[in-house]
Ligand binder design. Structure first.
Ligand code: URA
Length: 209
């Protein structure tokens, strides 16, 4: 008999009828704890200029997870990922393919906005990676779609242009990773939308299989 069963037997013998388990943390509790860490984070200089941290959003049990680059102006103001122009395009394109936004989880490499939306610095990516790593471990999705170069490089360890990496399947800790164009790139290059939609269809097939 294991130790817990022995203990319960002992309690029954001394007349205890009900034992209430305490301190069982749900996934949502754990996410709230990590988010609190992020809110108080000062690992890099970005905390000085942020309005809000942008932790991530969506279903903690999602089969599909999107990982973008960093919050922009709208995200910094609202504290939510992909709520600006690029985010609206992403949400529209997901709808077009029939992916329910309520069933995905969305996060970024960086949880704070770089000033004037400049590119993330290597030390910022390193400082913030632990948070993304924990989010991925907790959600444990079937597929991760990386949006743009930074999340692609971080999770696939590949170098090269997104044009050569997009739509291919890589692995991060045994989870399939499919790089996609960043929606901000699509706003500048509308011709790439068709390619993005094809890649997104592939992602849908992969996580539904
Ligand atoms: N671009 C990103 O990479 N992430 C966001 O949350 C918004 C824009």
């Amino acid at each position: 008999m294991n130790q817990i069963a022995q203990l319960l037997k002992f309690y029954r013998e001394i007349g205890v009828e009900y034992v209430r388990p305490v301190n069982i943390r749900t996934k949502i509790d754990i996410f709230k704890e990590i988010e609190k860490e992020v809110i108080n984070c000062r690992k890099c200089e970005l905390y000085k200029s942020r309005t809000n941290t942008v932790f991530g959003e969506g279903s903690v049990d999602a089969d599909l997870m999107f990982v973008g680059e960093a919050p922009g102006r709208d995200e910094d103001i609202q504290g939510k990922p992909f709520v600006g122009r690029a985010g609206r395009l992403l949400r529209d394109l997901l709808k077009e393919i029939g992916i329910d936004i309520g069933n995905v989880y969305i996060a970024n490499c960086l949880k704070c906005r770089p000033p004037n939306n400049r590119d993330p610095l290597p030390e910022e990516l390193v400082s913030c990676f632990g948070y993304l790593k924990k989010q991925i471990e907790m959600v444990n999705p079937r597929v991760i779609a990386t949006l743009g170069r930074y999340s692609t490089y971080e999770l696939t360890n590949q170098k090269g242009t997104l044009g050569t990496l997009r739509g291919r399947v890589f692995y991060y800790q045994g989870i399939r990773v499919v790089p996609l164009y960043h929606p901000a790139y699509l706003l500048r290059n509308p011709k790439a939308v068709e390619i993005f939609l094809d890649d997104l269809k592939k992602v849908k097939e992969l996580f539904e299989k």
